[in-house]
Ligand binder design. Structure first.
Ligand code: CU
Length: 173
């Protein structure tokens, strides 16, 4: 009679059974952990909807001749939240690219410098206006006339997104 016969189950089989049980336990727990994570992400998104930290006002874009392939947009961006935010991305279905530029004097010349990330201080308003900060709209996908609108989506560093309808107006109206 061999020694192993004394065990009701051979040790190797017992080990495999334990391993299967451990894997089953891990599989049962893992989706639960992921679910917890997605729940909290959802809560953040809802909180953001209820209290949007960004208020956009007085948006407009000066009408330009159809040959002009770069337009500008101006507006007031107010951060009504308690935390500083940055604009990290701009997009529009009506343009190839949207950037934020600042007019800066260099060597006696005014130049436009792209702002990769624009700070919106907590509780403050940042004004985009001619000769200063502005949105640069590159590659319009159609011609915009006085009275037309286009959409720009602003994305903040906390993931909050806000779209603004920008009316096109004659420059001196
Ligand atoms: Cu510019």
């Amino acid at each position: 009679m061999r020694k192993q016969r004394k065990f009701p189950v051979p040790p190797r089989v017992l080990l495999i059974v334990l391993l299967i049980m451990a894997i089953q336990l891990a599989l049962a727990l893992l989706p639960h952990l992921f679910r917890e994570e997605s729940h909290s992400a959802l809560a953040v998104a809802h909180a953001g909807e209820k209290t949007p930290a960004l208020r956009i006002q007085r948006a407009w874009s000066p009408e330009a001749p159809p040959v002009v392939k770069v337009l500008a947009a101006y507006m007031i961006l107010e951060n009504t939240g308690a935390a500083d935010r940055h604009i990290v991305r701009l997009s529009s279905p009506d343009f190839d690219r949207v950037e934020i530029h600042r007019m800066q004097a260099k060597d006696g010349m005014m130049r436009m410098v792209e702002q990769k990330s624009l700070l919106l201080p907590a509780g403050r308003a940042v004004t985009l206006q001619p000769g200063d900060l502005h949105m640069m709209l590159i590659g319009p996908r159609r011609v915009f006339r006085d009275g037309d609108h286009f959409t720009i989506t602003v994305e903040l560093d906390d993931g909050q997104r806000q779209s603004v309808q920008v009316p096109v107006r004659k420059r001196n109206s």
